[in-house]
Design a protein around this ligand. Structure first.
Ligand code: NAD
Length: 330
């Protein structure tokens, strides 16, 4: 097991570019990186969200479409980041509405980021992969190295991203590192993923007192609280390269049924009414994903361990969401 002190011991201040940084993961990642003292540049095809909660900390923001290789090259040549966290993507549910766009943004985007990083000698590229790389019929829990047969364009492009990153690592020595995120739950609005029923149970119960989930009550997929997800990305980035036996890692936290999440919400938000009405398209995607992930390689190679289970997450999240909803209402 790797000790915290073994992670990039010198803890240098890095110049970091985050793509897709206006999204659910990006907003929390930016805060995490700034808290560690790094110089962070946000970028997104959309303008900077108004409520980033950064106080007086600086955050340069670049309007960047990752499908535009020339623009990406110009930005990297000008800003010379040490590290790029590549988050920009179209998620699974939105992705099935527009597979062509999903291919261009996700597959084209990761190629462009890797290619521009190679050309401009970026030291490290972090990639947010997903449980959507898996298809049905796999062992439970699913280890890292299995036959990848995703059922969505999103999953296909994420498999492509993992493989391209490994290629750039082997062929050019680019330091590419990826985590396969479970469904992430946080105190921001989710961005069109098929696991969104979980965060929406919290948000809608608190906002309106009721939520009809688009899945069956017995749906079970791997989930993670965002602070664990952000810590995983940052700790993987800080791990010594020679400790890493691979480029892409499963990471796991907990695997509740949808009903167990609803019960946890109902205990914390008295009066919340959560019902279930399965949507066939999204249910088919959920049923194709694993129940649980085996993250043994991440635990051994870089000391990964989650801090939050379902109950701890609910305890931490509900007051944060209450505060957020109060701010939005005022
Ligand atoms: N949220 C989850 O549960 C989850 C789970 C597994 C993996 N991930 C991965 O984490 C990453 C971030 O996810 P998220 O939840 O923040 O998604 P999100 O949809 O909230 O954010 C994605 C961001 O990418 C931006 N974007 C879209 N097209 C772009 C383009 N062409 N150029 C630049 N930016 C563009 C969007 O404007 C948005 O701000 C994604 O790569 C996603 O696949 C997320």
């Amino acid at each position: 097991m790797m000790l915290a002190a073994e992670r990039r011991a010198d803890r240098e201040i890095m110049k970091i570019l985050v793509t897709g940084s206006g999204g659910q993961v990006g907003q929390d990642l930016i805060r995490g990186l700034l808290e560690r003292g790094h110089e962070v540049h946000g970028s997104d095809v959309a303008s900077r969200p108004s409520a980033l909660g950064l106080g007086d900390r600086e955050l340069p923001w670049h309007l960047l479409d990752v499908t535009d290789l020339a623009a990406l090259r110009r930005l990297i040549a000008r800003e010379r980041p040490d590290i790029i966290y590549h988050l920009a993507a179209i998620l699974s549910a939105r992705g099935e509405e527009n597979p062509g766009l999903t291919y261009r943004v996700n597959q084209g985007g990761v190629y462009n980021v890797l290619e521009a990083s190679r050309e401009h000698r970026v030291s490290q590229v972090l990639f947010a992969s997903t449980i959507a790389v898996f298809g049905p019929g796999l062992p439970d829990p699913v280890p890292d190295d299995v036959h990848l047969q995703p059922t969505t364009m999103y999953g296909v492009t994420k498999v492509g991203g993992e493989l391209l990153g490994e290629y750039y690592n082997k062929r050019y020595g680019l330091d590419f590192r990826a985590v396969r995120f479970p469904g992430l739950i946080s105190a921001t609005l989710p961005g069109g993923g098929t696991s969104d029923y979980a965060p929406l149970m919290y948000v809608e119960s608190m906002r309106t007192g009721a939520y009809e989930a688009f899945c069956r009550a017995d749906t079970r997929i791997p989930m993670m609280y965002m602070p664990d997800g952000i810590r995983a990305l940052i700790e993987l980035s800080e791990a010594p390269r020679d400790r890493l036996q691979r480029t892409t890692y499963n990471i796991a936290a907990f695997s509740p049924t949808a009903e167990e999440i609803a019960d946890s919400v109902a205990r914390a938000v008295p009066g919340a009414r959560i019902t279930f009405k399965s949507d066939p398209t999204r249910q088919a995607i959920l049923d194709s994903w694993p129940n649980a992930l085996d993250d043994a390689h991440a635990r051994v190679d870089w000391g990964w361990a989650p801090e939050f289970d379902l109950e701890r997450m609910t305890e931490d999240l509900v007051p944060k969401l209450r505060a957020l909803l109060r701010v939005n209402a005022s």
